[in-house]
Design a protein around this ligand. Structure first.
Ligand code: GDP
Length: 306
């Protein structure tokens, strides 16, 4: 089975998420030489809208030393309808990206609290240490205090911290000694974020986000929890109130770089996009035809911002 890490990035707007993901993609050499792509990749919504495609899920996937790292984008602010929780449920760990001058912002507290409550392992990045007026040590202290106040477990409080500059393309354990790349971050992800826990049993995949394309219609996105999903297979779609519908997988895609690639099957632990399902809602489960066991639906709760 392939080695996978599923991570979500939590960052306040402008703390450097787009720049960081851009650098991660560069370093993992997903792109062939001379291939052109937009600098601010995660902010490409306008472009997509122009093309008539609404990309709600901006997942990115890179390969590093034989491990596939799925990077799940999270809203950096408190929102309604359980979106944050849904997205976080695809991850096994989070990267908390914090500006070395501003420190953690109240708006990311809600998302971080959810991530900790879900048991996700954090890695902290204190970014922008190249700025002359930054205060990385104080920012580290306030991140620690915040996690403590959010009831992080001992294991979560034992988080890895990397300091660096996404802009200058480096991360390391000590902000006073710049390294020459962001590879220490990739190593930290592989080493400190747990691999997906794979359960025994027939297929189960909860649909946690959706995408739409004019060509193929609605696309169901989620993480395969158990079993294997295959192109062309007939499955049960477990809807709310116990309703079960028979559906057929048309096309199956996994994330690769900024795009998707079509694959014949996807195993447990990986995140995929499924077409041909159409009549689904977020929270529904795709399950084995003969064994339609639904996964617990994600509760919808109101965010508390304090
Ligand atoms: P996002 O909103 O979190 O995606 O943030 P961006 O990646 O768009 O960055 C916001 C601004 O901060 C941009 O002007 C970046 O060039 C700048 N920035 C990002 N990382 C760094 C860094 O490490 N150092 C400095 N000085 N600026 C940075």
């Amino acid at each position: 089975m392939q080695s996978i890490r599923n991570i979500a990035i939590i960052a306040h707007v402008d703390h450097g998420k787009t720049t960081l993901v851009d650098k991660i993609i560069h370093v993992s050499k997903i792109f062939r030489e001379n291939q052109q792509f937009e600098d601010l990749i995660l902010d490409s919504n306008d472009l997509e809208r122009e093309r008539g495609i609404t990309i709600l899920s901006k997942n990115v996937s890179v390969r590093y030393k034989g491990t596939k790292i799925n990077i799940i984008d999270t809203p950096g602010h408190a929102d309604f309808g359980g979106e944050v929780e849904r997205v976080l449920k695809m991850a096994d760990g989070v990267i908390l990206l914090v500006d070395a001058f501003e420190g953690p912002m109240p708006q990311t507290r809600f998302v971080l609290g959810k991530a900790l409550a879900l048991g996700l392992r954090p890695i902290v990045i204190v970014n922008k240490v190249d700025k002359p007026n930054c205060r990385p040590d104080e920012v580290y202290e306030s991140v620690f205090d915040l996690m403590f106040n959010l009831d992080a477990t001992e294991e979560q409080l034992d988080f890895q911290t990397l300091y660096g500059s996404a802009k200058e393309n480096w991360m390391g354990p000590d902000w006073k000694n710049p390294t020459d790349s962001i590879i220490p971050l990739l190593d930290a992800i592989v080493e400190h974020i747990p691999a997906p826990v794979i359960e025994e049993g027939t297929l189960q995949m909860q649909i946690t986000s959706l995408d739409y394309s004019n060509f193929v219609g609605r696309i169901a996105i989620g993480r395969v929890k158990r079993g294997t999903i295959k192109e062309g297979s007939q499955l049960s779609l477990c809807k709310a109130d116990g309703v079960i519908k028979k559906v057929k997988v048309k096309e199956l895609h996994v994330f690769e770089g900024l795009g998707k690639v079509r694959v014949p099957e996807v195993g447990a632990g990986d995140i995929c996009a499924v077409t041909g399902i159409e009549d689904f809602e977020i929270g529904d489960t795709l399950a084995d035809l003969e064994n339609p066991e639904a996964l617990k639906r994600i509760s919808i709760d109101e965010p508390t911002m304090n």
